[in-house]
Design a binder for this molecule. Structure first.
Ligand code: 5GP
Length: 126
């Protein structure tokens, strides 16, 4: 079920549990403020989720409430992860789902990083 992007942060969401080490993950990158791990249900040969460690429900919450330093570090780190995965020359896709129409299911901000094959048009019709 898609979430409401304006809901308060739920510390029991699945990515909060991953951040606390209560649920295993296949980590691709980690620093003090960012964790990147493989999606459990990959939609492309490379499908990585990049999340801030801070408690932000959605891109809307993050872009409103995170500091310039947090936002800057997160954006630069997403780019670094893509470079480290050698995705720049073949190309890749970033996606953030927000709220109901965006079909966001996990209420902790995450950016999907897709790569490893031609990804086709941006959205399926329908
Ligand atoms: P959303 O629809 O919220 O943008 O995407 C949530 C993503 O989280 C989905 O692609 C889903 O496969 C992934 N996901 C959900 N639960 C887990 C989990 O426990 N571990 C990992 N690695 N990915 C998860």
């Amino acid at each position: 079920m898609p979430i409401d992007a304006t809901q308060p942060y739920d510390p029991e969401n699945i990515f909060a549990k991953i951040l606390r080490g209560e649920i295993p993950n296949e980590t691709v990158y980690e620093d003090d403020a960012v964790l990147a791990f493989k999606d459990i249900n990959p939609q492309a040969p490379i499908h990585v989720l990049v999340i801030p460690k801070g408690e932000y429900v959605s891109w809307d919450d993050f872009s409103t409430n995170a500091s310039d330093a947090e936002v800057g570090h997160f954006v630069r780190t997403v780019g670094k992860i893509a470079r480290d995965l050698d995705l720049v020359e073949p190309g890749y896709r970033l996606l953030a789902n927000i709220g109901g129409n965006g079909h966001q299911e996990v209420p902790h901000l995450h950016v999907h990083l897709f790569g490893g094959r031609p990804l086709g048009p941006m959205l399926a019709r329908g």
